[in-house]
Design a protein. Sequence first.
Length: 395
Amino acid sequence: MSVKVLADKCVGCKLCVASCPFNAIKMEGRLAVITEDCTDCEACLSSCKFEAIVTDAPVAEVQEKDLSAYKDVWVICEQRDGVLTQTASELLGEGRKLADDLGHKLCAVLAGHNVAGLTDVLSSYGADHVYLIEHPLLEVYTTDAYTKAVADLSAEKKPNIILIGATAIGRDLGPRVAARLATGLTADCTGLEIHETERNLLQTRPAFGGNLMATIITPEHRPQMATVRPGVMKALETPKTTSATVERVTPVITEDMIRTNVLEVVKALKETANLSEAEVIVSGGRGLGGAEGFEVIKTLADALGGVVGSSRAAVDAGWADHDQQVGQTGQTVRPRLYIACGISGAIQHLAGMQSSECIVAINKNPDAPIFKVADYCIVGDLYKVIPQLVEELQK
């Protein structure tokens, strides 16, 4: 732990205890004590009015004024068990556009152990250069090891832009790397582009529950970092056949730097809906009236070879699982066919599915907002419409 309490300055006010998000500070008499649960997040430092809490962690260097020293667009390419994730290919497709607009190279950063075989795949998705970071301690993701490997390389090479998927791993890694590099991070972006004159990255994300879109820039710091929601961006439709240059990187990582030990990886406790890669999704909302409605729409999903999705309202009602939720607080999807059954079309839901190739909406309310984005609108009782659709499909 790098956070310490100065006993001669502590007055026992307990402000630090309330500020700790990990309950890692306890009182022993009138003295605050940092326990082993401390994650060195340093939230307690600013809470102490008496300068009794200090840290011996190295202070980040002052940001360079010469931003022109930062070049290239980086994509942190996530792999699991040696298999590249769909999000990585999506980000490379978007990164290709940004790199071309800036006249920079597109660089893929791949970390792991014995994953060199993925470099050709990264090249086919548009990468000009691949940084291959391999080490036995990177075989399984841990926050400490991956953060040090990526942050050290970034500090050395000085990328202009770093894109990371807003996955469980990306949401953990992104903020850590940004803190190490003393720069900002825009989370859960749904749109990225380059400003025509300033050449800054315009990072767009929903705000205030999806009721408006905020565009954020990082004009005075580099790199410009963003996490991007899976399913929002498009991968290259036609993979390239050119070869990217591969630069092998050996990170300086030792076991004593890693504070967690992964004992077991549980991939799934139950069968879940793979919405992000589904070509057909049939979703149900509040209009189903109850959990039994999902059995009805599942018959349609099965007839089309698709999967079942849900709106937030249905999840909140306990009719569907959260892993089925589509929308601002769920998953962003881009299937070939999206059928919305009994979904009104709140903006939070539309944010997660309006990029679908074809949208079919079934709703009794002819004025439902979902009809404004739907390609085909069916005004009627879904309990009558769906059985007829299934019957015709089975024929």
